[in-house]
Design a protein around this ligand. Structure first.
Ligand code: FES
Ligand code: FES
Length: 163
């Protein structure tokens, strides 16, 4: 039987009727029309459904929507500030890190969580690859994705150096 739950998604409070077995991914896509998070494997193996829950990258296909109550959820749709893209989104475009695009939103959310967690240094390739280790790109465009994360990281350092 459906129950009303209260979710904080992209800074907006939402009351949504869900079945206890509905995943967060189902609710985002089917109830709220937030289709940035993709359904790939639906078993926690590909990362294309990644969103931020309390700032951490999470597979939304592996989370029951009911358990997300009281937490802050951010999807790729919540990153841009009006017409201004988030720096990570902008870097993905500039670095040519988008091929078919199916993995892209999940990649961006994992990169976002990683870059939000430590802004003190310019990460090495290995560190950046570890940050997206839970995300598969079937177009195998990993180098450009790493280039994009590096670009976003270097801009973040420039910004923090300016104070
Ligand atoms: S769809 Fe969630 S990890 Fe693959
Ligand atoms: S860009 Fe196609 S799956 Fe990654």
């Amino acid at each position: 039987m459906k129950q009303i739950i209260h979710l904080d998604i992209n800074g907006e409070a939402q009351d949504i009727a869900v079945e206890p077995y509905h995943t967060l991914l189902q609710v985002l896509r089917d109830e709220l029309g937030l289709i940035g998070a993709k359904k790939g494997c639906d078993t926690g193996g590909c990362g294309c459904c990644t969103v931020l829950v309390n700032g951490k990258a999470v597979y939304s296909c592996m989370v029951f929507a009911m358990t997300a109550q009281g937490k802050t959820i951010t999807t790729v749709e919540g990153l841009a500030d009006g017409a201004t893209l988030d720096p990570v989104q902008q870097a993905f475009i500039e670095a040519g890190a988008v091929q078919c695009g199916y993995c892209t939103c999940g990649m961006i959310m994992s990169a976002k969580a990683y870059l939000s967690s430590d802004g003190s240094h310019l990460p090495g390739d290995l560190e950046m690859r570890q940050a997206i280790a839970g995300n598969l790109c079937r177009c195998t465009g990993y180098q450009k994705i790493v280039d994009a994360i590096r670009l976003a990281a270097s801009r973040r350092m420039e910004t923090s150096a300016k104070g």
